[in-house]
Ligand binder design. Structure first.
Ligand code: NAD
Length: 368
């Protein structure tokens, strides 16, 4: 039997292509759910629930603030800083003691860069910041700093160490920058004067650029050396100094003066939040021995059981502060309201002879 092709097109139903709109639902079908909710009293329950939740989240204060070790920060600091939105918002979220952090969620620490953090002062600063719960990134080229100064933080997830020279740019997301990177003792900063001034100028420029870019607050560790060979004693911050731009110490003195200038220009011109500390002689554990400064020289000679060398008649005076006091001052300056510059040092002056006799307890064996 042969297959048969059958055309059935003629059986197709005629298509009616005329438009027929969707039939309208009667209006009472829309109101039917409302009627249903009202009838079942569910809407009332929903509304009561919304009101209770609103009252709860508005009136109940956060519980996370009690463990925040920032009691010393005045509330007015945060109110005042509202002019600087980028910094304010992040720091306020992290620190503000009455923030709307949901119950049970702990305060987030700040993210802080410490340049020169493997050095003498920097490593003590890092210890304090880590101890109060912040996350710290140390940036150091180990010119005078040592890994041993921060090794005790290795393994802490809130600590990072980057070998980097601040003369090269760097991008990090942080809330605060403590800029310490610079050799501090004459022996070290005279070793390569061009590098010293580059560190002070280009390095500071790079860190200020970073602060501007990420909206971080920036603290510069300047020095009492900006007063040069001062004609005023003691030096007030308003004193402009008596400086020598061409001497062998100028790479440091003038470098720091330029760093201060850059810091203020970024503050005035770009709205960067800045702080300037002018540090006076500081001593304490981890300072370099034999670095040309009097305390470390005396300590080194005493450890070697050598007589202490006092230059001149020993009546010249200096002030000395302990490193933990300096670190306290730096943190208060960073968290405080004022830009500075601030002198950070011990107001009491000692003669070199007093230092040798009283401070180090060596009344004999002094060479003048
Ligand atoms: N210690 C004091 O008595 C004193 C006094 C006045 C000012 N200061 C200032 O305080 C800061 C710290 O001083 P310190 O006594 O701890 O000195 P330090 O030499 O012990 O520390 C300086 C740190 O900066 C690092 N560093 C230097 N150049 C760098 C670069 N180009 N890039 C990255 N890291 C670099 C060093 O390796 C070191 O770790 C310095 O800025 C110094 O000028 C210190």
């Amino acid at each position: 039997m042969g297959s048969e092709l059958i055309f059935r097109g003629h059986e197709a139903q005629p298509v009616d292509d005329s438009y027929s709109p969707k039939p309208h639902k009667p209006w009472f079908t829309v109101t039917r759910p409302i009627h249903y909710m009202l009838r079942e009293q569910r809407l009332v329950f929903v509304l009561v629930g919304v009101i209770i939740a609103t009252l709860f989240f508005t009136l109940v204060p956060s519980s996370s603030s009690s463990s925040v070790p920032y009691e010393s920060l005045p509330i007015s600091y945060f109110e005042r800083e509202s002019k600087i939105p980028a910094y304010h918002h992040r720091v306020a979220a992290a620190v503000h003691s009455v923030g709307k952090v949901p119950l049970g969620i702990k305060r987030k620490g700040l993210r802080i860069v410490v340049t020169g953090g493997a050095g003498f002062v920097g490593s003590h600063l890092v210890d304090r910041l880590i101890a109060r719960g912040d996350s710290v990134i140390v940036v150091d080229n180990f010119f005078t700093g040592r890994k041993e100064n921060v090794m005790h933080h290795f393994g802490n997830p809130r600590f990072e160490l980057i070998r980097h020279d601040v003369v090269e740019p760097l991008l990090l997301e942080v809330d605060q920058i403590y800029h310490l990177a610079c050799p501090a003792s004459p022996v070290h900063y005279k070793f390569n004067p061009v590098k010293t001034i580059k560190t002070n100028v280009v390095g500071t420029l790079n860190m200020l650029g970073l602060a501007k870019r990420v909206g971080a607050r920036f603290l510069l560790t300047s020095t009492s050396e900006v007063y040069g060979d001062p004609l005023q004693h003691p030096q007030k911050e308003t004193y402009w100094g008596n400086v020598n731009p061409i001497g062998v110490r100028s790479c440091y003195d003038e470098g720091k003066r330029t760093a201060e200038t850059l810091t203020m220009d970024y503050h005035r011109g770009a709205g960067v939040e800045v702080r300037i500390a002018r540090i006076f002689n500081t001593y304490g554990p981890r300072m370099c021995l034999d670095d040309g400064r009097v305390v470390s020289n005396f300590v080194a000679q005493a450890l070697r059981k050598e007589p202490l060398t006092v230059y001149g008649d020993g009546k010249q005076t200096r002030s000395f502060q302990y490193v933990s006091d300096l670190v306290e001052g730096l943190i208060r300056l960073m968290e405080g309201e004022h830009v500075g510059p601030f002198n950070l040092g011990n107001p009491g002056e000692f003669t070199m002879l007093e230092l040798a006799k009283v401070k180090l307890g060596f009344s004999s064996n002094i060479i003048l």
